[in-house]
Design a protein. Structure first.
Length: 69
């Protein structure tokens, strides 16, 4: 695991349920997988040929309240 994302939503039950999506443009997002429910970011493919490269991932967290925010 590379990192774990975490947000705090003070709503209860379904309204407090949060999912995550990688919203980055470009190819960096293809090198990683994101567990939408848990927020765990893992490496999708070996990075040995580019170990010292900096990656940027934009992630959106969405709650399931009405309206979603």
């Amino acid at each position: 695991m590379v990192t774990r994302l975490r947000v705090l939503d003070r709503d209860l039950e379904k309204n407090g349920h949060v999912t995550y999506d990688i919203t980055s443009p470009g190819s960096d997002k293809l090198r990683f997988k994101l567990d939408r429910e848990l927020g765990h970011v893992i490496v999708a493919h070996a990075l040995t040929d580019i170990d010292f490269r900096l990656f940027r991932l934009d992630v959106t967290a969405t709650d399931h309240g009405v309206p979603p925010r």
